[in-house]
Design a binder for this molecule. Sequence first.
Ligand code: GLA
Length: 410
Amino acid sequence: MSALRGGTPIPPFDAMAARFRELYGDDAQPCLFFAPGRVNLIGEHTDHNGGCVLPCAISMGIWAMAAPRPRETVRLWSSRSAGSPPVEAPLRGLEYQAERGWANYPLGVVRALEDRGRALPSGLDVLFHADLPEGVGLSSSAAIEVLTARAANDIFGLGLDGTEIAQAAQEAEVRFVGVRCGIMDQFAVSMGRKHHAILLDCATLAHEQAPLNLTREGIACQIVIADSGVSHSLSASGYNLRRRECEAALEDVRSVRPSVGALCELSEGDLADIGGEGAFGESVLFRRARHAVTENARTLKAAEALRDGDLRELGRLMRASHLSLRDDYEVTTPELDALAELAWDRPGVLGSRMVGGGFGGSTVSIVEDAAIDAFIREVGAGYARRAGREARFYVVGTEDGARRLDAHGH
Ligand code: GLA
């Protein structure tokens, strides 16, 4: 088992610059950009149900070196596919092409900007370098999307603010890549702030930067990610199915209360008032709705607990969130359940739950500093016994959202 303690990472800028010149020529003066990943403390599958989320941007992410080019094509290269030449694609009228692989995410952003009337005025050369693992539920796709939008925006002066950048990035994922995600990931990556979590109302995009003080009774705690080793990269169909189920559940609600616009507008009391399970065509739809409703309430309570410095309550809510994702929303896996259960039983652990869309990926835990080494050792060993695989652990700090950096990476 292995652990990585995230500080603000320093990528190999000189090597990146040398590679950029090799790939794209000597004459360009590239600019440097960074976008963090995100971890969601609580509020899972509430964003696409018009509810609240509480994510933060984290100290692992993706860098881009980018320069305009006087041509009608975009060229993209990633150190993750170092053996391959840059992907080259036309500037206008782009469509998804499976063989372009990872490049579909940034290309989707080029297309989304065009659709918003902010087309890139000329070509763009980009080199990506990441220390954010893929497929573990830390939003590497949102990070590369927001990073591309931020780089294009700043280089060409497109005039988008951080919220619009998040929206363009989300459009890329929904319309181009075909995952009907909510706005949480792109918003957190674009608008995150170091030492804060964002309480975001996804229905209105009203948001508040909530100071993230993870000290309890004088004891400092950290955010620990445990990657189950089961990639969630094939989860798009499961995710889109959950969205359709929520839409069907909303239809059932609206047949009784036509004014309801989204599941998270309801309280648990409302669900009971409209007839509980009986109001839904299928019991599975009731459970999907109950998750959205109770998770939204937990998120608001968690924001309050954070404000009051009540980390024990935050932890309790995280555990309840996992159970609801397991039993009502059914997006956990046996591996995620094992990681969460192993964490709940340990001293020095305030809370633990699966994070992100589910169907694989990671858990997030809040762990007292002094308990982290034992946590990694013991949860890792227990997980290897129960799941027959190795978990990877990341101790992450919080970060500012996507931005341009100076030549030294600041
Ligand atoms: C994925 C999606 C988000 C959100 C989460 C679940 O990360 O991209 O929009 O729905 O799942 O909370």
